[in-house]
Design a protein around this ligand. Sequence first.
Ligand SMILES: NC(=O)c1ccc[n+]([C@@H]2O[C@H](COP(=O)([O-])OP(=O)(O)OC[C@H]3O[C@@H](n4cnc5c(N)ncnc54)[C@H](OP(=O)(O)O)[C@@H]3O)[C@@H](O)[C@H]2O)c1
Length: 336
Amino acid sequence: MTGVVLLVVATGVALLVAFLLLLCLVAPLTGPKPLSLSGAHVVVTGGSSGIGKSIAIECFKQGAFITIIARNENRLMKAKQEIEKFSVNDKQVVHTVSVDVSKDCTYVEKVLKQAQEKLGPVDMLVNCAGTSVNAKFEELDAGRFEQLMAVNYLGSVYPTRAVITTMKERRLGRIVFVSSQAGQVGLFGYTAYSATKFALRGLAEALQMEVKPYNIYITVAYPPDTDTPGFQEETRHKLLETKMISEASSICQPDHVARIIVKDATQGKFSSAIGVDGHLLAILTSGMSPAFSIADAFAGIICMGLFRFIGLYFLTSFNSIVLRCMVQKEKSGKKD
Ligand SMILES: NC(=O)c1ccc[n+]([C@@H]2O[C@H](COP(=O)([O-])OP(=O)(O)OC[C@H]3O[C@@H](n4cnc5c(N)ncnc54)[C@H](OP(=O)(O)O)[C@@H]3O)[C@@H](O)[C@H]2O)c1
């Protein structure tokens, strides 16, 4: 009797594995056609530093023409020189635009129109300009919430508005929104930041539904902690609780993060996750997000229950980190 049960279970597992393997094999046939970056025009906001600069370099290495956008002109010029070292043909150009993407939508549209006149219509837009703040909710003044929403959210809306009509006319395009793992799960100290990164996901889901018939694919990237000038600056003022939660996972290098984002975006994946914990979080928080392929959808459905348990385990340990910090601070007589 036990032998029969074992045989049935083993056959069931074997059939499931075979089914998943088959799905993986047909997956490339069901996803969108990959976008070649050779000769393409890629615009990267926040392209003068950190993840944005690495994304610009990765696209340039694949033969793209690049426009980088940021405010500080000196840093833009330095980044341009650095990116140019990676050219694969002598026709490639790096164009720089100094503008605050969060301020004036009409002006952002104007400078992007000029960039398209120079380097042709935009094939891929990467919205990477962003900033963060780490502090307790009541310690943040209202202005910081507004500033973060302006840069991280509206600063992605304005450039997207500037390119979407042409993309729809050409029936071609990729748009990337660089969110964060803090845009998948709210964490201690990130009340202002997390909200802006969650907002990008809502924007991306609604926009994907509108533009999919035009062969335009949206990617939301969820980078983990990444060693960039922005991250180093934030770390200097980080709350102890957030630091200890962050230490639960390792810090990534911007080149590695950029390679994955560019690959996922050119393939037309909706979610771009990095590392094992990143993939776990992406499946766990996928909700009603579009699935890239049938295999993607099935893997999510099958793993969801198990991952929910693992996710709850992590949340419980994060909460106990916060409690430990409070006790430690009380013992050392520090003011909260
Ligand atoms: N590093 C991480 O650990 C991490 C993790 C998850 C998500 N992210 C996200 O990834 C993105 C890049 O982060 P990063 O760490 O690479 O940042 P970073 O090194 O500080 O670079 C930020 C870039 O954005 C530009 N920028 C900032 N505000 C701008 C504005 N209002 N208008 C135009 N450009 C602006 C900056 O140039 P100017 O200052 O000259 O304008 C710079 O080029 C951000 O959206 C961030 O939230 C980062």
